[in-house]
Design a protein around this ligand. Sequence first.
Ligand code: NAP
Length: 258
Amino acid sequence: MSLNARLSDWRDKRIWIIGASSGIGAALAHALLELGADVIVSARNQNQLHIEFASYETHCLIAPLDITQIATVDEVFQKILATYNGIDLVVICAGTYQPMRAWQMDAQVMQDTVATNLSGVLNCLPPIIELYLKQGGGGIALVSSVAGYRGLPESLVYGATKAALINLCETLYLDLAPSGIAVYLINPGFVKTPLTDKNTFAMPALISAADAATEIIQGIEQGQFEIHFPKRFTLWLKWLRLLPYRWYFPLIRKMTGL
Ligand SMILES: NC(=O)c1ccc[n+]([C@@H]2O[C@H](COP(=O)([O-])OP(=O)(O)OC[C@H]3O[C@@H](n4cnc5c(N)ncnc54)[C@H](OP(=O)(O)O)[C@@H]3O)[C@@H](O)[C@H]2O)c1
């Protein structure tokens, strides 16, 4: 049984991708434009958005945005409504990651990570939910991470923000599904993007951003609530999630060498 309604046709769907200037968000925007959707692309780097999407002209609206600035979120939201008179799906991909161990805590990095990955996402939600309740439907997809399943070395603050998004998404689903609003929790494993290029360790089951976009599109088409990939990696992590701490901690130390 699918937890959200299935979707078979992307043509003319109005889709807002926040965090579309690179990586998973950019790949998803390109794939959805190819499928005939109208895509609004947001991120802070306006030049990069133009480099990626200027060639699409009519079906793509470039709407630069910093999600940590709540007033700007509202401005951009009004601009989108003035152009499209509604939104069918919002995918919040925006995120930042800085590997960090407990003895390397940096207050500025920690605050920036929480401001983008958690507070920034929260800044976007109220106008979207208000619109969907008026429209009588729509979809919200949050890109979290398998790093939010349980504590992992190197993901000190990043993992905590992603765990918060998983919990947030579950609660959004409980609250909004009865009103016909679809909620998707996207939990990627390792995807090759500028974000993971800073990892110095070998990333197991690393996939391309284009493959991640395909997984996300298929998951939404099938009406899944949690869209996690690649399965050969995420199913292992789901199993690890079930272990008692006395087994989990030594196993993670052994597997990561950290
Ligand atoms: N790559 C992976 O292995 C992996 C795994 C699990 C989860 N994820 C998650 O997937 C999402 C996309 O990551 P990615 O790997 O594709 O990394 P990426 O290439 O660095 O993409 C991050 C995107 O977020 C945007 N962004 C960052 N801060 C922003 C802000 N304050 N306001 C608006 N946009 C902002 C960036 O654009 P600007 O810099 O132009 O603003 C960029 O478009 C993130 O949430 C990440 O945590 C990634």
